[in-house]
Write a protein that binds this ligand. Structure first.
Ligand SMILES: [Zn+2]
Length: 217
């Protein structure tokens, strides 16, 4: 059982830490700015409200393409750690070659979030649209650091079988959180891509990420 949603509950989603191996000072500053912006978007009241609104269009969200579904509100409760049983494990962000999140080596309750350097370039660009794509990806990866229970760390939200989810048009929690974060960011910047919230969410996707549009401007 997941605790009921309350808009007064304070999020306890841990912020990813910077990997100590990032030596370049400018890179540390820029990475921290991406983490801060993403965390601030997803812990805003607007984000929770947007998930709820979009949920009325999407219906229940899938934990994974094979598994159970949860209501959009339950997904927010778990994602933001509004229920202590699902508080995200501490995570460390590293720059690499791909996007993936998993248990940190030799640590049972810690995660490593790897993002490709293409995401750093998006974030550093002057375009709000491109920056929003980096936020989508980080918000998505953060969902993989939410544990199934307080013991150990195994994924609550997964993407396995994503082609099936795409084929059947099933909204997955991980992609929905990423895309709602992206559109909430665009909305806060009064970007035209978020003028109609539902079409913004449809554009970037809830069963996979339509990243092809990220370089449109
Ligand atoms: Zn994923």
């Amino acid at each position: 059982m997941v605790a009921p949603f309350s808009s007064d509950a304070l999020p306890s989603l841990p912020k990813p830490s910077l990997d100590p191996s990032i030596n370049d000072i400018q890179e540390r500053i820029d990475t921290q700015a991406l983490i801060d912006a993403t965390h601030s978007v997803v812990t805003s009241k607007q984000f929770a409200a947007n998930v709820e609104t979009i949920g009325t269009h999407l219906g229940d969200l899938w934990l994974s393409p094979y598994g159970d579904t949860v209501s959009p509100q339950q997904a927010v409760v778990m994602y933001l750690g509004l229920d202590p049983a699902f508080t995200g494990v501490p995570s460390t962000l590293v720059w690499g070659t791909t996007e993936q999140t998993g248990p940190r080596e030799r640590a049972t309750r810690e995660a490593t979030i790897e993002l490709s350097r293409a995401k750093l370039r998006q974030w550093r660009s002057g375009s709000v649209l491109r920056k929003s794509c980096a936020i989508n990806t980080l918000a998505h990866e953060i969902s993989h650091a939410i544990p199934q229970s307080q013991n150990g760390y195994s994924y609550q939200f997964t993407d396995r079988g994503r082609p099936w989810a795409t084929f059947w048009g099933r909204p997955l929690v991980s992609y929905t959180m990423g895309t709602v974060a992206q559109c909430t960011y665009l909305q806060s910047k009064k970007h035209r891509a978020a003028q109609t919230f539902a079409s913004c969410v449809e554009r970037w996707g809830t069963s996979h990420f339509n990243s092809a549009g990220c370089d449109d401007e």
